[in-house]
Design a protein around this ligand. Structure first.
Ligand code: SF4
Length: 333
């Protein structure tokens, strides 16, 4: 197996599998948006699967392909159908109006709201109603080598996820082995957390996931010790928006596809990074300008259109970007 052992490789393969086959062992009724390394300041999940209403997700496209952050969401979701002074139209957000005005300008520059001057007042109008596209948010923690001690180490974090109930469901994904998941291992984890086994020995295919333990649905609509119900709803939408904007293929933004050793390898239905110098799947952290084997792609590799479109590095970025766009649109058509 070339991938699936290291956490980063496993994470990418698991994201691709979720894109193909979520929810595990069930028929897909929702559209899915998959992203990685998202959450709150205190808790970051390896994979986030947003289950979305297909029509509402299609309507979300009117606001572009980038995420709307919480300040932009405040403007977009409350913008009126008719022109109105932004201070009349928007609820007071609990912070100074000048920040709201800055968000209004940003929203208008992005084309997600209309803006005009009326005397010395800035008026706004919505471009479309912001759709209610998020149905459920699923958090997946990865532990390719899940043994009893790894399960114990994870249990506090998972108990926190269950208690906070920011996601509707929490799972641990691990590598499928010959043995079934040990009862001792199940005992170390909160009973509400699902366990998913993934077998990437032959790469990513829709049928490589098995449920070893089904999770319980959590209730994200009620407030708790950490978040009030309203605050939680806002955080959930902000997470879903980040997932929408980021997807899971954005690793090329931080890795070095412009290195001559950087390749994309096919693992079943997945394309994942491969380092020809190290002869293995490289991690995102080591694939940087400070990598001792980093070597810029030679200029003669650059194809026509250089420097705007050319070069293998650019080609990889464009390929991943095209795939991200294609998947984003696939489930809503
Ligand atoms: S040599 Fe280093 S920078 Fe180049 S692809 Fe491999 S890990 Fe990335």
């Amino acid at each position: 197996m070339t991938y699936g052992d290291a956490e980063f490789g496993f994470e990418l393969l698991a994201c691709r599998w979720a894109e193909l086959a979520w929810p595990p062992e069930e028929r897909r009724d929702s559209a899915v948006v998959v992203s990685r390394q998202l959450g709150t300041q205190k808790r970051r999940w390896d994979t986030v699967v947003v289950e979305a209403d297909p029509e509402a997700l299609a309507a979300r496209r009117q606001f572009g392909t980038d995420a709307l952050d919480s300040d932009l969401l405040h403007v977009v979701r409350n913008a009126p159908t008719e022109w109105a002074w932004y201070r009349d139209a928007l609820p007071h957000p609990g912070y100074p109006w000048r920040y709201v005005l800055a968000a209004v300008h940003r929203a208008a520059a992005r084309g997600v709201v209309e803006k005009r001057k009326n005397g010395n007042k800035v008026e706004i109008r919505r471009v479309a109603p912001y759709p209610d596209w998020v149905e459920r948010i699923v958090a997946v923690e990865h532990k390719p080598d899940l043994d009893a001690s790894a399960a114990r180490a994870l249990s506090d974090q998972l108990a926190h996820d269950v208690e906070t109930a920011l996601a509707d469901e929490v799972w641990v994904a691990t590598t499928a082995t010959e043995d079934s998941v040990e009862p001792a291992l199940l005992e170390s984890m909160p009973v509400e957390v699902g366990i998913l086994t993934l077998d990437f020995a032959e790469g990513v295919h829709a049928d490589v996931g098995d449920v070893a333990w089904y999770p319980s649905s959590l209730d994200p609509t009620t407030g708790g010790e950490r978040f009030e119900a309203d605050e939680k709803a806002e955080k959930r939408l902000a997470i879903a928006e980040r997932a929408y904007g980021k997807g899971w293929r954005s690793f090329h933004d931080t890795m070095r596809p412009d290195c001559r050793h950087f390749e994309l390898r096919r693992e079943g239905h997945a394309l994942v990074p491969w380092c020809a110098a190290k002869e293995r799947g490289q991690t995102a952290a080591e694939c940087s300008g400070s990598c001792p084997e980093f070597s810029p792609e030679p200029p003669q590799w650059r194809t026509k259109g250089w420097p705007i479109e050319g070069g293998p590095g650019k080609g990889i970025k464009q390929l991943l970007e095209r795939r991200r766009k294609w998947v984003r649109e696939r489930d809503v058509e």
